[in-house]
Structures are given as C-alpha cells and as structure tokens.
Design a protein around this ligand. Sequence first.
Ligand SMILES: [Zn+2]
Length: 363
Amino acid sequence: MNTILLADILMPTSMGIQTPKINVERITNNTPISELSGAFLDSLVTHGVKAAGSMTYSEFKAIEATWPLTAEGIRILKELYPELSNTDMSTWTYGTSEAYCSQADKRNLAKRFSDEQLRKLNDRGIRIEDTFYLFKEFHDPETILAQSDETLKGVIEGYYKANLSMSLGTQTVIGIQSDPPPGYYTYLNFPGYGYDWFSNDIATTDYWMSIQSARALRTQQVLYSSTDTNLHCTNMYGTYSQSQNGAHEGIDFAIGTTPSIYATFRGVVLSGGQTGQLSVYDANAPEQPKTYTYLHMSYKAVSPGSNVAPYDYVGNQGNVGNATGYHVHFEVEAGSTTALHSELNEHHVQSLSPYQLQSYIGP
Ligand SMILES: [Zn+2]
C-alpha cells in the first residue's frame, strides 16, 4: 500500500537528481480558501454551494472537479486546444478538462523541440516534462541545449526543491530564507501553459486560469501580429520563478529568435529604462494611467515621445539585458515609469495583472 502511495507521489527525476520529485497534484493542501483569493468563495456562490471560508483548498478542488464546464469554458478550451473543435464536450466537468489539459500541455512541450533536439535531451537524461522548468529560465530550445549539464541539473533540482518546500509548507524557498505565509502559492493548471505555482494575489481558480490563458493568447496574437492559436508562453504572470526567488512580474512570450514585435496597447514611448527595454505610457488607460513594458528587445523601431497604437511595429524580440534566451517579457505598471518591479520583490506581485487588460484588446 505504501509503495503504491509513494509511486503516486514520487516521480522519476531527470539527470540522476537525488532530490525527490513530488507530484504536487497529489499533495493535500489544507490552506483555508478564505486565506486565498476571493475568487474561490465567489465560484462556490455561483455554483449554489453554501460558502464556507473554512473549506480547505483540496476540499474546494474536489468539489470543483465535479462541476460541468460552462458554455464559455467549452468555447475557451476549443480556442486553446483546436484539436477539440469537433469534440462533444457537453458532459465534460472541470475535472475532465484539467486531466485533458495536463496531458495536452505535456505533448505540446515536446512539440517545441525538433527530433534531433529531443534525441539530445534524451541522451542527457532530461525528461520532457522537466523542460517546462528549463523554458521558464532559458525560453528557447537552442539556449536550453547550449547550457552545461551542471547548469541544467541545478535549475531542474531547484524547482524540485521549491515544489517540495512549498508543498510541505516549510518556510524555505529556494536560495533564500524567507517567511511566506503558508499557502501563499497555489499549484494550478494554466491551460496551454501547464502546471505551475501561482501567487494567490491573482485569481486562481481553474475557471479563471482558462480565461487568463485565452487572454494571454490574445496578447500574443497582437504582440506578434499572428493568428497562431498555440500559446507560446514560457513564464506566466504571478508564477513561481526560481531566478527571481518568487513571483514573475510579467508574461514571457517566446517565438523564434528576433521576430517583429507590435504594440499591444496605445501610448507614448518613454525614455530611459534598461538596455532593450521599451516602455509605452497611456495617461488615459482604462481604470488608471498605465505603462506597458516590453523587455529584451534586439531592436527598437520607435523613439521616445512618439505615439504608438495596437498593431504598430515597435521593434524586434531579442535576448538583450537581463535575459537568458530569446523572448519578450511583457509587464504592466501603474503610472508613468520605466522602473520595473523585479528581482527584489520575492513573493509579492507588485506590477498590475496583464490578464485583466486583455478585454480591452481589439479583435
Ligand atoms: Zn520575464
């Protein structure tokens, strides 16, 4: 019995790593949902369940898994996974959908590599599901494979340790001694992206994850002026990021090396910032003035003071500044600023959620 239980929780490791790799989906989380986002209580009310703040996260997940998918949920999943377009999903529940997304996201990870690259990963003992962590740090297959075994092993093991310490509710987060409240992060599936720890500062129910994935996809389609329906995110907003010792403040998109990049929102180009940083300020943005920042640009086609509108060409993706691998880091800040929240923030997301803005993006 114990052996079966352990096999269910302990997973095979990459590169002979000795740190246990645990299946966090199988770990019971006793954090009361009242300590998490209000979205949990809201969705209980929506489904006619008497809201109880003492309900634990695992109890909530068990109830949520039985709820039928809404029409909007089905539409979003068909958008994120076009292979479902002809599938009858009328009997699908949140549980069915989570199991499907989990498998599909693993298949999609493998598709990011060529056959030759897959062979190299295999030769080096790197399991395909662990490349999820490598993409968070290095963004593209070439850059991942260019790293030494020692480097890759260190990154993968770091994420194993983080999963372990956060699941056990200890106070140690990789690399630093810190004091995040228990349950500060919640492990969830972000359809099209995969399983990750999400900061509870943002709405973290599976329903919201689907909507936020769809919104990130819309951002990507404007950013690259592309109709590609596959989400090419390597690091999402609010997720646990080893190199930042905490929450990632923006969304990382990675397609190829130096493709053209287009403005996602209107505004005036600011001066200053890091090498490869493009910041666009909109004093009349909905709700409050905002700055939209694109990092690691290999080329900037617009100068400070010029106005840009959505779909305007603004430059090219790159691997410039504090970057390892070709990608665009897209971050939203309140007010007129080129100073970003990063690195020192540890566990709190201090930038604005890019997901909340996507309803303003045009078709
Ligand atoms: Zn980033």
